[in-house]
Ligand binder design. Structure first.
Ligand SMILES: [Zn+2]
Length: 145
């Protein structure tokens, strides 16, 4: 059994629950080098065996798109925290969670893998995400903590 990990944005309007699917130490920790992630110090994780649930108070999530515009970056409308990135795929909504943004426990002391995706086509990007990203469910509800 693996335990659930919970985190939240700075103002707690948005809460995330990660079901890692395997020991947290085996999950990747990635430092995407795009300008959006780099300037926010984002460190993300995802795993096809994991599940991510995002609870957001009504009206508390902004969706930001840039570049190829195939990804929604979920930002807290209140405190601006970058919470997660999600994308519609043939397998449903898939995404990554910003471990640092929501202060998820279990990744302390890890050295992240720097990732550069600049050369990818939109098709390559979708294929990679289907391999590595995890199913994400976003619900509009006042977080319970
Ligand atoms: Zn917030």
């Amino acid at each position: 059994m693996t335990t659930q990990l919970a985190g939240h944005c700075h103002c707690r309007s948005v809460r995330v629950i990660l079901e890692p699917g395997r020991p947290v130490a085996e999950l990747p920790l990635r430092a995407c080098q795009c300008s959006f992630c780099r300037t926010r110090g984002a460190l993300t994780t995802s795993d096809p065996a994991a599940h991510l649930f995002v609870e957001a108070a009504p009206g508390s999530l902004n969706r930001y798109r840039f570049g190829q515009k195939i990804t929604d970056f979920l930002l807290c409308a209140e405190c601006g925290t970058y919470v997660a990135a999600v994308s519609e795929t043939p397998a449903g909504v898939m995404g990554v969670v910003n471990v640092r943004g929501v202060d998820l426990a279990g990744f302390e002391g890890r050295t992240p893998d720097p990732m550069i995706y600049d050369e990818e086509t939109a098709d390559q990007r979708l294929a990679r995400r289907q391999d590595r990203w995890m199913p994400v469910v976003v619900v509009e509800v006042q977080p319970s903590i």
